[in-house]
Design a protein around this ligand. Sequence first.
Ligand code: KIV
Ligand code: ZN
Length: 512
Amino acid sequence: MSKEQLIIFDTTLRDGEQSPGASMTKEEKVRIARQLERMRVNVIEAGFPAASNGDFEAVRLVAESISDSTVAALCRTSPNDISRALEAIKPAKSGRIHTFLATSPIHMEKKLRMSPADVIVAAENAVRIARNGIDDVEFSCEDAGRSELDFLCRIIEGVIKEGATTINIPDTVGYNVPEQFAERIHQLRTRIPNSDKVVWSVHCHNDLGLAVANSLAAVLAGARQVECTINGLGERAGNAALEEVVMAVRTRQDVFPCETRIDTTHIVPASKLVSSITGFPVQPNKAIVGANAFAHESGIHQDGVLKHRETYEIMRAEDVGWNANKLVLGKHSGRAAFKARLQELGITVDSEQILNAAFLRFKELADKKHEIFDEDLHALMSEEAIVPGDEQYRLVSSMFHSETGELPQARLTIAVRGVETIAASSGGGPVDATFKAIESIAASGAELLLYSVNAITTGTDAQGEVTVRLAKDGRIVNGQGADTDIIVASAKAYIHALNKLSSGKEKINPQL
Ligand code: KIV
Ligand code: ZN
């Protein structure tokens, strides 16, 4: 007998994007959305259209690009927010409106300054308006984890009468513990008379490190949708990690009365893609997707695994997509093969100009590094995200000098709106010298919030991928650069971030 389905609602592109510094361009959102669709995520929450024009356009583009997953848009309860969200998801084959209002005493009194009775009216109106535009409507009781049960019962019964199809119970501030959260779901499901008309959903934050545990406890209490993000990205300490929820349900089928439709072999590539686009590295000991998640160090463990894998492994690395980075292309590969592989990876290249520039860079890379993996292609295309000619700065060439007892020197040729200029500086180290040289031309005055280097693949010829996070005038952007030379990768990442700051492509602040 087949089991009930657990709906996986991914909010990497919305709640995940609310992590400071994780804002994404619309093209980046589409790349992640395509990977989520390949993974067979049921619902992709693409953004919050009323937040900005950029957010609206991103949701619309995701809605146009995705056909196998439902595309959801978040909105507050105001008619204007709802109509922006409806407009944004219009092109979607299957769309959902996700409207929310706070229900806890502290949020209603101090934030909304609304009476509980007015909150109920606003929620019911919102669901009614949304249902006039679309059949699939989710209502979230923000801060439900700290809301009074009786009040939750009243408001939820009301919005179900107005046609809500999914009821989401967020633990917005990550305050709950599993037993208590499960009991809350159980109480709501048994006390609300029309509770069987809807899918029950949970959305847990990780402030106490309990987001996944609370979500799974809720599933055992009857929730059939979990809202989660790749790598657990999200506000503050993040959301429940999709990979952990999915693999727990799959690995412990003896415990869970439901199953997901997720193709788990796409999990690790999704994790790497999100990490590369946002610049948020994955800690090595992170469950499922950390570099050490399947590595056995101690002799006793290694001996056990060699004799019988299941002595120390409850999952197979290949089932979650480790080693899925097939060797794809080499220096003899042609433009058609390059383009075809990008398409297979879900990367669409809008113009011949970008494709030609990317192919040239691919050839340069293939000369330095004989084996080109999918991760290399993702990194390469991240750098091509800004249309050539649209960019303020472009690195033309570079020279670095570093010698014991001497101050490191960097000398770069940078094209500023197409005009080549020499920039030179010394610094505390070669990266410092490089950034100072770039700033001697750009004079951006931006604050450097983060500098991180990761090897994209294995081996000493691997590309280093550098993330640079810059802040200026309340905007935070991430720049990425990849190269077999990490100083060059650093220069590219800094310039990428400066181009994002000057292109205005990214939103001022993706937060609510
Ligand atoms: O954490 C939260 O309460 C949310 C809602 C908007 C669902 O993100
Ligand atoms: Zn949230």
